[in-house]
Design a protein around this ligand. Structure first.
Ligand code: ADP
Ligand code: MG
Length: 242
């Protein structure tokens, strides 16, 4: 069953198409990796799915519900989707525990005790239990990004959107974040991730989509798209980056 279905997405900035008739379907428990040159539309696509951008055309369905319908409340949709950005955006004046429990308490109206118990459990599972009461500036970039992922998970999302979540990290810190994503996949989380990590995309993705000028030019299993691409533009992109 498809968790996410995008049909004919079109988004322009200043008259320039950034998404140009983009189609994408993501099944339950699937991990889809978006690859493509800088400016190809990966972030815009993820932002559109999370209703942070208004579409110029096309439809987005989450679990069969058309969330791109203007009558749908974006806040209700965002509660079902976890999004993590390149810059982890933790609240600097809140502890790790407060960062993670903020949305469950404020948005989902969970009790403090309940939200904290769940947050501590999630933090323990990713080896950050001891950091619960620390402020973000006491954590490494990798730890902060793992907290940002935990914060997104605390809403028990149906779908996770990860936008270049390792791009801002020092190379030695990338591994711990990728390991966490690997564990999420093992737990069956449905994910769409924009990434420059081709080795990781190959390992973790069920489907790789190559974006060029706001379209999915080539999509398929990683071995095919990364190993035996059929489209000249995919080949050109891969030659440049590998
Ligand atoms: P990617 O994530 O693949 O690098 P983006 O989705 O960030 O690509 O950007 C695609 C194009 O859209 C780029 O040319 C970018 O400059 C443009 N763009 C993105 N957001 C905006 C915006 N808010 N206003 C104007 N142009 C934008
Ligand atoms: Mg981007």
């Amino acid at each position: 069953m498809a968790v996410l279905t995008c049909r004919g997405l079109r988004k322009e900035f200043g008259g320039q198409p950034v998404l140009d008739g983009l189609d994408l379907s993501v099944d339950e428990h699937q991990v889809v990796a978006l690859i493509g040159a800088s400016g190809s539309g990966k972030s815009t696509l993820l932002r559109c799915v999370n209703l942070l951008e208004e579409l110029d055309d096309g439809t987005i369905e989450l679990d069969g519900e058309e969330i791109s319908d203007p009558r749908v409340d974006p806040d209700l949709v965002r509660r079902r989707i976890g999004m993590v950005f390149q810059s982890y955006n933790l609240f600097p004046h809140l502890t790790v525990l407060e960062n993670v429990t903020l949305a469950p308490r404020r948005v989902h109206r969970r009790s403090r005790a309940d939200a904290e118990a769940q947050a501590r459990d999630l933090l323990d599972r990713v080896g950050l239990g001891a950091k619960a009461d620390a402020y973000p500036d006491r954590l490494s970039g990798g730890q902060q990004q793992r907290v940002a992922i935990v914060r997104a998970l605390a809403n028990q999302p149906r779908l996770m959107l990860l936008d270049e979540v390792t791009s801002a990290l020092d190379p030695e810190l990338v591994g711990e974040v990728l390991a966490m994503i690997r564990d999420l996949k093992a737990d069956g989380m449905t994910m769409v991730l924009a990434t420059h990590e081709m080795g990781f995309a190959r390992e973790v993705a069920d489907q790789v989509c190559f974006l060029d000028s706001g379209r999915v030019v080539e999509a398929g299993p990683p071995g095919q798209v990364l190993g035996e691409p059929t489209q000249p533009r995919t080949r050109q992109f891969l030659r440049r980056i590998i």
